[in-house]
Ligand binder design. Structure first.
Ligand code: COA
Length: 371
């Protein structure tokens, strides 16, 4: 009898020193550090360094790394031209996928000018710029400057989006979400990036594969789908009725459940606290609706919210358009993807699994004129 390995569920597909997901007694860690400690005391840039270099940076290293990312934010004119020619109706994930690919033609890895770490830093720094240049050009015709004085990726993103620097609270809320999204072991997009790297393809191709994989609603796209759901309901009672109807129709409720976690997503508790905190400045509808959906899902399906569910309302409270939710995931996860590409390359073997054949038995071929 063959075990059901559809979706590679439960299959150990390789080794990593980057992250533990759902390990008994350990929980979610990045290179051994608990996610709760990182979110309480660290920053996205520190986490990106930790993932890519393996150790926590010293204060001097961190400040140099922030300055380095800040220096890598500008976009070549050829890339701006492409962003202007993309349709205004494009999904921002497609904008980043295309932007990544285009940058790979302008600043290729193979020309030996830049290391793999350089490419990773460049992409982390340039993704917010690509997204915001395209957004402002197509919504208001402005060719914005994609540089800012902001030292953090979070503040830079919010500054470019809103045209003014964020409050310290808003910057920290986005920064925490970037740390939570940075890495998660062999999830689908990371695995796609590792597969691409395992063929000895280039860094940009691996990140482009990962972006395309993240886009789907069963993966990164769930934060956008969760927002669409939450925003549909006028109040918690309407949400309860609506979700019960969806469950009766066997629809999936986006932002709930997980392939690895069975009881709880540790990232959800942290993001929920921030969503709750920022809901204080709103009329409270979205947060109350979210809490009711969570209660219904626990009661009816014993399912818990994953990171994407409360990230959705948090991002909404930060004034971020829904279609940019998954692109934020890209900006953050590029650090994790990069660390995995580097790890894959350090001990590479082509990733090429086998399959169980379920097609026809061997049979005789009849030429078309005799059929
Ligand atoms: N809403 C309703 N039912 C759900 C559900 C959800 N979000 N997630 C899982 N289930 C149900 C399935 O319908 C299935 O029920 P069944 O056994 O009666 O058919 C059961 O729980 C197992 O789910 P399955 O989809 O087989 O688990 P998986 O490990 O293949 O999938 C996810 C994991 C994440 C893809 C899945 O939970 C999901 O689709 N969640 C919504 C999308 C999402 O939030 N993705 C982001 C993940 S971080």
């Amino acid at each position: 009898m063959t075990t059901d390995t559809r979706g590679l569920a439960g299959v150990i597909a390789g080794q990593t020193a980057l992250c533990t997901v759902g390990q008994q007694g350990v929980g979610l860690t990045y290179r051994g550090y608990a996610i709760a400690d990182l979110c309480a005391h660290s920053s996205f840039e520190e986490v990106a360094w930790l993932l890519m270099y393996g150790t926590l940076p010293t204060a001097a290293e961190l400040s140099a790394y922030r300055a380095r990312l800040q220096s890598l934010r500008s976009l070549p004119q050829e890339l701006k031209d492409v962003l202007e020619r993309l349709p205004a109706t494009a999904h921002p994930m497609d904008v980043l996928r295309t932007g990544c690919s285009m940058l790979g033609t302008l600043e290729p890895e193979e020309d030996n000018v830049r290391s793999q770490h350089d490419v990773a830093d460049r992409l982390i720094a340039a993704f917010p710029a690509m997204l915001m240049y395209w957004h402002h050009f197509h919504t208001s015709g402005q060719r914005i400057s994609v540089e800012s004085d902001a030292a953090s990726t979070a503040a830079h993103f919010l500054s470019l989006l809103h045209g003014t620097p964020p409050t310290a609270e808003h910057e920290r809320a986005l920064d925490v979400s970037l740390m939570l999204y940075a890495e998660h072991e062999f999830n689908a997009s990371t695995f796609a990036g590792r597969i691409t790297s395992s063929t000895l393809s280039d860094f940009y191709s691996a990140i482009t594969s990962a972006i395309g994989t993240l886009r789907g609603p069963l993966h990164g796209g769930a934060n956008e789908a969760a927002m669409d759901l939450i925003d549909r309901f006028a109040d918690p009672d309407a949400a309860e009725q609506g979700v019960l109807r969806m469950l009766a129709a066997k629809s999936k409720i986006m932002g709930f459940g997980h392939r690895v976690y069975r009881i709880n997503d540790p990232r959800s508790d942290i993001i929920q606290q921030w969503a709750h905190r920022l809901s204080a400045g709103t009329d409270g509808r979205l947060y109350a609706v979210s809490e009711r959906i969570e209660a219904v899902m626990r009661r009816e399906k014993r399912l818990f919210p994953n990171l994407d569910f409360y990230a959705a309302s948090l991002y909404h409270f930060l004034g971020i358009p829904t279609a940019m939710f998954t692109p934020i995931f890209v900006i953050s996860r590029t650090s994790g993807w990069a660390a995995h590409i580097i790890e894959q390359r350090a001990d590479n073997r082509l990733i090429r699994p086998g399959s169980e054949y379920i097609g026809p038995e061997p049979r005789d071929y009849t030429p078309v004129e005799l059929r």
